[in-house]
Write a protein that binds this ligand. Structure first.
Ligand SMILES: [Mn+2]
Length: 545
């Protein structure tokens, strides 16, 4: 398995989450690990601005932490053409993982599976059924199977598939039998060869390197009877010749396939409903990329994740409990993600995960390059709202001061305004987008809250969208059945927050904020942080209820 470490921030990613994922993955790669930055959703305008400024692609979009078939070790598939003979299939089978061959047609499409049981079942067939199968064997198939040479084969080769070994004297009474269309194995020369052709044979197999005269060949051309010679003896030929028809007549055609992007546990569940030994795994173009069996799904390595900027399950990637958590780097409260093994866990009181990562670079004896420094700086300015947020610490200021010259940012304050105003794209977004871009849900006791936050620079923008936004918020609160849904519109210069809120617990917000315009709308000049100011107040009240 590829030992990739996926580094991801939380759902509804903000600039800190994205920049922390990109920079931490960069740091891991520089420490010799294979790491890739991920995101759990669309980027907001501010983050897009930052990534563009420092030349970054969007991180990989993921929505599930479970391993896919593409992530785990699979068997190398053994392919075979459906025109190949049973003899060839036995040969390949010896080297095939899981004793299964995947058959393809001329176009390369998967058409069937051949297992040892497909091939063995032939032994249980009646003579008549074997003849029917042998009627599909070409002169080339027969010659290849018995190490023979075709001396002559008619353009329209045909046999009944019935095989005889001719050991009889020419005056034997059995020679009155009908040999029309038969394949005859014989080691006698001339006379017997001629006799069988006259009796209607359509393929002579002359064993032990016996001579075939020019006269016999002449007659073969006249009667349309193929002539194949071999150095092998009659016993050897008789053993092998019944394996010279194509596998397409015995292979299993209704195949169960899996796609490389299917989750391993889903595949394991589907496997319990069938008894196949080895299943083909296809890529998106339908090509076979591996073979999976129960064994692979029982004991496989989990995807490895580093979580940045969160440690709560409801903010983490779906099915995070199925993954192997490698590390958590965060500056929030310690959430409810548990592991059964020790991990690198770094939680620090500061305004931004990227502040911690900037320190981690230094602790590892590394210097972030210009673009990485730019991402780290931008995230710090975004998460601390240019050091105005109550969560800001000296650590953040020191990190920013260290990063700015490395990132080529001369005026931090001016750059902070560029970053923060890039987020203000309220007029181009629907109320649903504005709410859900950065909406977090919290479970406190028996209550469930959802709190969104967006920045604004001019009050007129809020006024313009407010009527539509309120209508939508009321509807979404109802749809999502949360006890309280709050939207915080926070001024980019940290000059307070406008609150819009709906739900049965609305009265609690009314109690917390300074100015109440109506039952669902108000303002507070001091609250700008959801995490540090609003949440502690809300949970204190809810826990005392
Ligand atoms: Mn953060």
């Amino acid at each position: 398995m590829k030992n990739t470490i996926f580094v991801t921030g939380h759902k509804h990613p903000d600039t800190d989450s994205i920049c922390a994922a990109i920079t931490y993955a960069d740091m891991l790669r520089r420490c010799g690990k294979d790491a890739v930055a991920c995101r759990l959703g669309p980027l907001n305008e501010e983050t897009k601005f930052v990534l563009k400024k420092f030349h970054q692609e969007n991180p990989l979009l993921l929505n599930d932490a479970r391993s896919t078939l593409g992530d785990i070790d699979l068997d190398q598939p053994t392919m075979i053409r459906q025109e190949a003979t049973v003899h060839e299939a036995w040969d390949k089978m010896l080297h095939a993982s899981n004793r299964s061959l995947f058959a393809t047609n001329e176009a390369g499409d998967l058409t069937g599976i051949v297992t040892t049981s497909n091939l063995s079942l032939v032994r249980m067939k009646t003579d008549q059924e074997v003849s029917e199968l042998m009627s599909h064997a070409s002169a080339e198939n027969i010659a290849a199977t018995i190490d023979g040479t075709i001396l002559y084969a008619p353009a329209e080769f045909w046999t009944s598939g019935e095989v005889h070994i001719i050991t009889l004297h020419s005056d034997s009474p059995d020679l009155t039998a009908d040999f029309t269309g038969c394949i005859c194995i014989l080691s006698d020369s001339d006379n017997k060869q001629r006799l069988m052709m006259r009796k209607g044979a359509k393929c002579l197999v002359v064993t032990c390197g016996q001579n075939v005269s020019a006269d016999v060949l002449q007659e073969a051309r006249g009667t349309g009877c193929a002539v194949i010679t071999t150095q092998s003896d009659t016993m050897h030929v008789a053993r092998g010749i019944l394996e010279s028809y194509p596998i397409e007549y015995v292979m299993t055609r209704n195949i169960i396939c899996f796609r490389a992007d299917e989750f391993v546990d889903d595949v394991a569940a589907k496997m319990t409903k069938s008894r196949v030994r080895s299943y083909p795994v296809l890529d998106e173009k339908g090509h076979v990329v591996g073979a999976v069996s129960r064994y692979h799904t029982l004991n496989y390595r989990r995807r490895e994740f580093v979580l940045v900027d969160h440690s709560a399950r409801n903010q983490a990637i779906n099915n995070v409990e199925e993954a192997h958590i490698n590390a958590i780097i965060d500056h929030h409260h310690i959430g409810n993600i548990e592991t059964t093994y020790p991990i690198f866990y770094r939680n620090q009181i500061c305004g931004c995960t990227c502040t911690i990562i900037s320190n981690l670079y230094q602790e590892n004896g590394l210097l972030p390059d210009k673009d990485m420094s730019g991402l780290l700086l931008s995230a710090i300015l975004s998460d601390t709202m240019n050091f105005r947020s109550a969560t800001t610490t000296d650590l953040d200021r020191q990190a920013a001061a260290w990063l700015a010259p490395r990132a080529g940012v001369k005026d931090i304050d001016r750059y902070a305004k560029d970053v923060l105003s890039a987020s203000v794209a309220l007029k181009d977004s629907t109320p649903h987008e504005i709410l859900n871009r950065d909406l977090k849900t919290y479970d406190i006791g028996k209550y469930r809250l959802a709190i969104g936050q967006a920045a604004y620079s001019r009050m007129e923008e809020i006024q313009a969208l407010l009527p539509q936004f309120r209508k939508n918020l009321e509807k979404e609160q109802d749809d999502q059945k949360v006890d309280l849904m709050v939207m915080m519109f926070t001024n980019v210069n940290a000059e307070g927050t406008l609150f819009v809120y709906y739900g049965p617990l609305s009265y609690i917000v009314t109690d917390i904020i300074r100015t109440k315009f109506d039952e669902h709308f108000g303002f507070d000049p001091d609250i700008i942080s959801r995490k540090q100011q609003l949440m502690p107040k809300l949970s204190a009240i809810l826990q005392s209820m």
